[in-house]
Design a protein around this ligand. Sequence first.
Ligand SMILES: [Zn+2]
Length: 306
Amino acid sequence: MSKCKFCESSDLSFFQAKERMFGLGGNFSYAECIFCGSLQLDSIPADLSSYYPADYYSFAELKKSNPIARFLKKFRMRVFLRFGIKWLSPEYGYWLVKLQPGFSDRIADVGCGNGQLLYELHAGGFTDLQGFDPFIAEDTQIAPGLYLWKKRIEESEVSFDWIMMHHSFEHMEDPNGVLKSCYEKLKPGGKLLIRCPVADAEVWKESCEFWVQLDAPRHLIIPTLKGFKIKAEQLGFVLDEVAFDSTDFQFWGTELYRRGELLDEGKTTAFLTKDVRSSMQEKALRYNQEGKGDQACFYLRKPIKA
Ligand SMILES: [Zn+2]
C-alpha cells in the first residue's frame, strides 16, 4: 500500500493528471496525502526519458562570460554580499545572501543541469564548486574550481559547506534518501537550500490538475510545508526558514493548460494584456507574503552537535 513519502501516512486520495508541457497526454495517477497535503506520483513509469525531450529547458547550452563581464560580476558580488545593496543583487541574490556564503566554501548543486548557476557563482568569485547530475553527458571541468559530475551526490567522497537544489528535488523519487544523503554529505553546521514547488499553493487548490507546476509526470514529489518539515526534522535537520518565491508563471502557465494550450509563453498574448500581466505579478508577490504561493525556498541546517 502506498504511503506519503513525507509524513508516512497511508491516508491518501488519488487523482489523474496528463502531461501538458509538450502535449504528450497520458494518464498519471497522483496521490494527495490527507494528513500533510503533499503530492506524489503514485506509479512512476520505468523510463521517464521520453518526457524530457531535447528542448526541455535544463538541456540548454552553458553561456560563458567574457573576462570583462567576469571582472564586473566579481566586483558586483563582493559589494552586494559585503553591503547588501539591493540593486546590485544578481537575480538569485535573495537566497544567496541568506546562506551567508564565504567565497572559499565548498558548494554543491544537486541536479545542476548545464551548470549555469554554478558558473555564475564562479564568475562572482566562488572557488570550490561542484555540480551533480546523472543526466548530463559526462564529467566536465568548466573552469578552475568548477566541476560537473555525471553522478549522484551520494557517490561523492567529499563533504560540503552548503548544498543546494534548485527545482530538482521534485524530480526525485525518494525524498527520504535524497535528504539523508545531503545530511551525510554536509559538514556539521552546513546548510542545505531546497527550492521546489509546494502543494500549499492556492493555484493548486483552485485549478487542481491544470496547475502548471504539477508538471505530470516529471514532478514525482511535491511537498507541503507541513510534510517537508516533518521529513526534514525526522532526519535531524533544523529548518531555519521557509520563504515563498513564486512568480506570475503560476497564473499564466496554469491558464494556458486550462485553455488546452502547450507551455508556450507566446500564446499568452491571446489573454494577457500588459495590465493583466502586471496584476498577476502583484498577486504573486501578495501570495508569497501570505504563504499561498506555488514554490518555496527551504533553508535547512545540519546541527553542529547531532
Ligand atoms: Zn503526508
